[in-house]
Every structure is written in C-alpha cells, then in structure tokens.
Write a protein that binds this ligand. Sequence first.
Ligand code: NAD
Length: 261
Amino acid sequence: MSLDGKRLLITGVITKDSIAFHAAERAQRQGAQVVLTSFGRVRRMTERAAQRLPEPVDVLELDVNKDEDLAAVADELRSRWGGVDGALHAIAVAPEDALGGRFLTAPAESAAQAFQTSAFSLKALAAALAPLMGDSGSIVGLDFDASVAWPIYDWMGVAKAALESVSRYLARDLGPQGIRVNLVSAGPLGTVAARGIPGFEQLAALWQAQAPLGWDIADPAPVADAICFLLSDGARAISGEILHVDGGFHAIGAPAQPDRA
Ligand SMILES: NC(=O)c1ccc[n+]([C@@H]2O[C@H](COP(=O)([O-])OP(=O)(O)OC[C@H]3O[C@@H](n4cnc5c(N)ncnc54)[C@H](O)[C@@H]3O)[C@@H](O)[C@H]2O)c1
C-alpha cells in the first residue's frame, strides 16, 4: 500500500500521542505530502509535534467551526499544491457537562456544541475541500462505535452517532465526484481527548477483557495504518464504510472469560 504523491490535509494533532500524529507519520513514510492544522492556544503544541514528524511540516490555522478558517485553508492548499487528494478529520470535543455520566442533566447548548464540533464539522471540512479534489479524493473521520450506548460517553456518543450518519450522507453526495468518505471506529487510546473523559479507564478496561485480539491503549499504530489504507487507492471502491479497528471488540457481546472483566 502506498500514498506516494498524495497531498494530505491532517487535522487533529495536538501532541505526538494524537491519533492524527501517527497517521501523519505513517502517511509520510508511505510517500505522502502532509500539512497539519490546529487553532488558537493549542497551536504551539501542534507546531512542536509537527517538528517531530519524519519530515517537519507546516501547521495551518483551522477552527473547524469558522467558515473563514475553512476558506483560508482551501486557498492555501490551492496555492501550495493546486489541489488536495485526501483529508483526515480527527476532531472531537464535548463540554464537560455533556460527558462523564451527566447525560440526563446536560443542557441543549452543550449537546449542540458537541454535535457542531464533532459531527457537523465533517460536512464543513468536506464541503470546503471537495472543490480542490478534482475527480477523486478520500476523506476519513474517526469514530467511537455509536451503535450502542456506553458508560460515561454520553452526548459525545450521540455526536458520534451523528458523525456516522454525516459520513454516509457525504458518501452519497460526493461519490459522483469520485470522493470517498469513510470512518475508522477505533478502540480506546490514551490521547489528550480521551484522558479528558472522566472514567476513561473504565472503558479501556472493558477492552482488555473483551477484545479477542487484545488491545493496547498506548498503541495508535493499527488505527493509523487503517487511516492510511482508506486514504490510499487500495480503498478506491470503499465509501460510506465504518472500519472497526478495535481488536475485534465490536463483534463480541461479552467477555469470553468473564473473570477477566
Ligand atoms: N482516543 C480515543 O480513545 C478515541 C477512540 C475513538 C475515536 N477517537 C477520535 O479520534 C479523534 C482524535 O482524537 P484523539 O483521541 O487523537 O485526541 P486529541 O485530543 O489528540 O485530538 C482531538 C483534536 O480535536 C481538535 N479540535 C477540537 N476542537 C476543534 C475545532 N473547533 N477545530 C479544529 N480542531 C479542533 C483538537 O485541537 C485536537 O487536535 C476524535 O474524533 C476522537 O473522538 C478517539
């Protein structure tokens, strides 16, 4: 599998633990050209991480909720590369009162914020980049299985359910232009976003007990490899798909050895 010559926009890097950092690293090793995005006060952190890639890259300003930032990123990619072949959406956030067991008390504005930044933003990014993709492209987002309810995930889980639906509608509307839209549904990984969810360890422990292949919350490499696959021409007939990279957890209803739970 190769990403030779692919021009990729990668959002969602804060630190070198970020899933998107590992995707960028592996994409470069497979021959891709990469730029990162970040915004506001975390931008300095992203810039530090960008220096730690095999080839240091630029960081463009992008608050995915700002139309002017999306337009500026599109203009920059047009003048830099003349187009773009793929993008990773690795963006999610929910206000504190919408997570951690506060499902019944979270206010509508907090749920709406989680939806806008974590789900609607996939549409916003795709619509901004589609005109730069010519007659083919690949957009990949990051999911946490939203087909069931989880402890603590609350309105972030509802936002992920929306993300799954948004990706299908995008696959419908952008397919005729040759643009594919897919999600990788990852098992829990110990990133900044994940550690911000109170009770994250609880979810992580479930994986250790139930994933038939086992699961290492400190190893984002398998998720990064799946992202690179979906960005590559090897996935040219795949769209509207949710690819589970979770050690097989999603296929199993209960731990095979309940005493390990
Ligand atoms: N870590 C996990 O356990 C796990 C599991 C499944 C899916 N995911 C998903 O992976 C993706 C990346 O998360 P991560 O775990 O690498 O954490 P992370 O904290 O490293 O990345 C989250 C990113 O979202 C960005 N972001 C937040 N608001 C934004 C905005 N308005 N505009 C632009 N960017 C914004 C942050 O700057 C950050 O880079 C998220 O969609 C997350 O839900 C994570």
